[in-house]
Design a protein around this ligand. Structure first.
Ligand code: DC
Length: 448
């Protein structure tokens, strides 16, 4: 059994990720890549060239053109690595306070992230690498063999940073360090593009009160265990959570609503399956997942990960996060992997909740996945979830229906790309028509 070859370490500012990442890479003899240094290098060059940090277009153009190289240390002066920007050694420059003050906005620009993420993936593909950052497990290397997320209380992290500054012989005020740490946490976790959060399958380690040696020991143990063990110990916890969540949800729906479930016999017992449901309310996915006769993987909008309890539940469930307007390659790859393993994937073709309560024009993701993976689609129709809260407020049990339709088999993919595009459009229309057929007329909306 092989050991993890790509290791992703993410975490908050001063959670210890760079220190741990570098030490782990050294122990394993792997390449170490601190992706924060790349965002810093872009920021430093921008400041040097007098580019306005608020000028997104100029900063993006810079990120696309500047050549950043990170190599083993070239000078023995305590550096972990050497950073070159357009051939110039900027290893220490990128640690200056001006860079600290400006790197968060730079790293929030989607174009900057796109440019740097592309380079990071290229390095990741070579394997035998420990990559450290904010979005490595979630965006850059979602297929990493081992994902670690380090965190500690903000006070502990501020103390560490404060001590580091004093050790360098500089002056610093603890309260100021704490305030700036809070500000950076906020920017990193609330930005639109690739916000900081643990991947669903990351091992989360709270380093508060732990020494570097203690954290390293934990991380090394994970990195030395066979790939499948790391994944399955994660997977076991998840399976237990899913079973519990399912039983509890079934009970709650039965107690608190008048639910009618129809067509369960239409759900194929094995093989890959795409479950496509109309989307009226937040409760739709929990309802479908609780009553679908087979366990399923889900796709959820990444915005939801920022909602307090919902976000934690999604993480525990291990849903695949997707950005509202970006059904991108990473998501498609993960979805295809789920289907290739013969599992079930549930998602809403409309990609968002209907505002009117009736069907809206669907996105083409489901049809596209079905044609690419040759996975049948199970159309599912829901009614009543949009009125649940209003009824509960009046102490009434809302009436819900959940109908599983007959599976749709995708046609074999056409030979030209134009014909394939037509197939995707036709199949999308077919899925929505089949959902509409199972709905009362007032729910059919765009597919009346
Ligand atoms: O880890 P660090 O302090 O060197 O990171 C510098 C900045 O870059 C920080 O504001 C977060 C950002 N960053 C990011 O957005 N994505 C990464 N993968 C790494 C760093």
């Amino acid at each position: 059994m092989s050991k993890p070859s790509t290791i992703a370490i993410d975490g908050t500012v001063a959670s210890g990720k760079s220190t741990i990442g570098a030490l782990l890479a050294e122990r394993l003899g792997y390449t170490y890549l601190d992706t924060g240094a790349m965002y810093r290098a872009v920021t430093w060059v921008a400041l040097e060239q007098g580019i306005n940090i608020a000028d997104e277009e100029a900063i993006t153009a810079l990120a696309e053109s500047v050549v950043i190289n990170i190599s083993r240390p070239t000078v023995d002066d305590g550096r972990q690595y050497t950073v070159y920007a357009d051939g110039e050694d900027v290893t220490w420059e990128i640690r200056r306070p001006e860079v600290d003050a400006n790197v968060s906005p730079v790293s929030a620009y989607p174009g900057v992230r796109r440019a740097l993420t592309e380079q990071q993936r290229r390095m990741g593909r070579r394997g035998r690498i420990v990559m450290v950052g904010r979005d490595i497990g979630t965006v850059v290397l979602p297929e990493a063999d081992l994902k670690i997320y380090l965190d500690a209380t903000v006070e502990e992290r501020a103390h560490r940073r404060h001590r580091e500054i004093l050790d360098r012989g500089e002056e610093a005020d603890y309260e100021q360090v704490l305030a700036s740490m809070r500000r950076r946490d906020r920017i990193d976790s609330q930005r639109e593009a690739a916000p900081l959060r643990p991947a669903g399958d990351a091992v989360i380690i709270d380093t508060t009160g732990l020494s570097i040696a203690e954290v390293l020991a934990k991380v090394e143990e994970l990195a030395q265990s066979p790939k499948s063990k790391v994944q399955s110990s994660n997977g076991r916890g998840r399976a237990v959570f899913r079973r519990l969540a399912r039983s509890l949800l079934r009970l709650l729906f039965r107690l608190l609503t008048r639910l009618e479930v129809r067509g369960s016999e239409n759900v194929p017992a094995g093989g890959p399956l795409l479950v496509a449901f109309n989307h009226l309310a937040h409760l739709d996915a929990p309802l479908v997942l609780a009553f679908l006769p087979r366990p399923a993987e889900g796709i959820a909008l990444d915005d939801l990960y920022r909602v307090p309890i919902t976000g934690q539940l999604l993480r525990l469930y291990g849903a695949i996060p997707v950005h509202r307007d970006q059904f991108d390659r990473q998501v498609i790859r993960r979805a295809q992997q789920v289907l290739a393993e013969g599992k079930v994937l549930a998602l809403a073709p409309e990609a968002r909740m209907s505002l009117s309560g009736a069907l809206e024009r669907a996105r083409q993701g489901v049809a596209y996945l079905s044609l690419r993976s040759n996975a049948p689609i199970l159309p599912v129709a829901l009614t009543g979830t949009e009125k649940v809260y209003a009824d509960w407020k009046r102490l009434r049990r809302p009436r819900l229906t959940l109908t599983f339709g007959q599976p749709i088999t995708p046609p074999p993919p056409a030979s030209t790309s134009q014909a394939r595009r037509q197939q995707v459009a036709d199949l999308t229309a077919e899925i929505m028509r089949r959902i509409a057929d199972m709905l009362p007329p007032e729910y059919r909306g765009a597919y009346s």
